[in-house]
Design a protein around this ligand. Sequence first.
Ligand SMILES: Cc1cc2nc3c(=O)[nH]c(=O)nc-3n(C[C@H](O)[C@H](O)[C@H](O)COP(=O)(O)O)c2cc1C
Length: 194
Amino acid sequence: MDLIDVIKGRRSIRAYKPDLVPKETILKVLDAANWAPSGMNLQQWYFIVATDQVKREVADVYGRLTEEKIPRKEERTKEQEKFLKWAKTLGGAPVVIGLLTDYEDEPRRRKMHLQSVAAAFQNLLLAAYAEGLGTCWMTGPLRGEEELRSILKVPEDKELVCITPLGFPVEDEVVIPPRQDPGLNQKIKWVGFC
Ligand SMILES: Cc1cc2nc3c(=O)[nH]c(=O)nc-3n(C[C@H](O)[C@H](O)[C@H](O)COP(=O)(O)O)c2cc1C
């Protein structure tokens, strides 16, 4: 697949088939993440790959936090109900991946660390899509960060940055969200070009 097609074709997937993802495929995707550029070539990203009970516990946290934020059952819109279903099950994905970085207090180094791991995560998302898999970059569940750290057994010296479910998408439910850009040119300032 052409790289630009992969970049433009990837979507956040919120409904997954229950089919298991082969471990070799997960490794291939993580290997792509591991090839990202990193500040000072530190490559200080780490991945927690979980399934079954641990995945369900992560989904329980996100489901509960989502339910707390939306109206009572009788007052919910269809969209809110659908979002809650996604949150409570992580869309039925068989795998969840947590992205970690080394803890860093110094603001400039922290910024560098976060950019490095974000590059790795985007590689992961794109590689997964190229393998026919779905993902959804998620920071919402971090509202329950302490609980998630405990469920995923995140070491003390690591920061949990985000998570993604991983699995085969239910193709009929892939949503292509509208672009927010009013026109790419309005986001670019050309300097020194005619
Ligand atoms: C940093 C970040 C955090 C996100 N957190 C969540 C989240 O907590 N829950 C969720 O359902 N989607 C989350 N998303 C997915 C975005 O909603 C999604 O990328 C956006 O709507 C565009 O859709 P697309 O990924 O299909 O292009 C997140 C994306 C990013 C980059």
